[in-house]
Design a protein. Sequence first.
Length: 355
Amino acid sequence: MAKSRSKKYQNKIGQIPGSIIYTGEKEYSELFIETFNYNKDQFTEKELKNVEETFEFKTSESVTWINLNGLNQVGAIEALGNHYELHPLVLEDIVNTNHRPKIDEYDDYLFVVLKMLHNDKDENIISEQVSFILGKNYVLSFQEAEGDVFDSVRDRIRHAKGRVREMKADYLLYILMDAVIDHYFSVVELLGDKIEDLETLIFLGNADKSINKDIRDLKKDILRIRRAISPLREVINRIEKHDSPLILKKTKTFYRDIYDHQIQVSENIDIYREMVWSLMDMYMTTISNKMNEVMKVLTIMASIFIPLTFIAGIYGMNFEYIPELHYKYSYFILWGVMIVLFLLMLRYFKRKKWL
């Protein structure tokens, strides 16, 4: 998979700036477009198969959300971008899925890139790039394929929950970004549960050899999440400080709220990062302690048998004159001496709490 991504990215090398080349993995996604057009009193929801049907919303007085699924459909994206007068470099960045989160400011719109994270049914982290265009009365969003974290946003628009139908497009961008960041919490929380489970296994001594792979996978997941979350601070800061009629002053307060959420997620992931790095040390310490216990037992056994072996060695020598050999009860006396030594040494080790 890594080689495939590298090969696709190499196709961009040497191309003219602004060339629209899809670098993602979902090459066979069908084009799917959904639109929400609304104001305080009404809303319409449509599913479209033709990008030209979205052109009418550019001059609409109502707020419009156009969500396009299928970044491999570069022709449709180019047509949409040309109609909404998007810069060629913006179109290039939309289909380039290797971008870090960022924001670009243009005269008539803002371009925002985020990483959308969520867990699949097997609790694996799914990362997908989502791009937003904020215009005067519209928000365009671009995803690789169907399936996202925006169901709560759709529900709020359909049922006029909260203030979304009373606000402008800048508020729509806020709740879309807020939905993405809220899902970071669930991803990070599940990651924390995995770390705690591994920590418990290691502490109880129940970890097997697969623990190395589990820790390595957790490290990779944390790095992916940090790469998705860390640049968001700059993105939200620039939205707050952006002096543009696209972002109303009363809406900037809401962006400060998701900034606080981003800080909280970043702090949590930093804590979990330290915990993961300490898991391997804890595991190696546990293995070392087990080895020390084994060595202690072997050392005690050796210490017990050394004097017994010494006695057996003396009376096993082939000298002709060993007086004790001719005594009638020598054999039993020797056994008695060895047993007494054995018991005395056991008592000594227990008093020293070595046993």
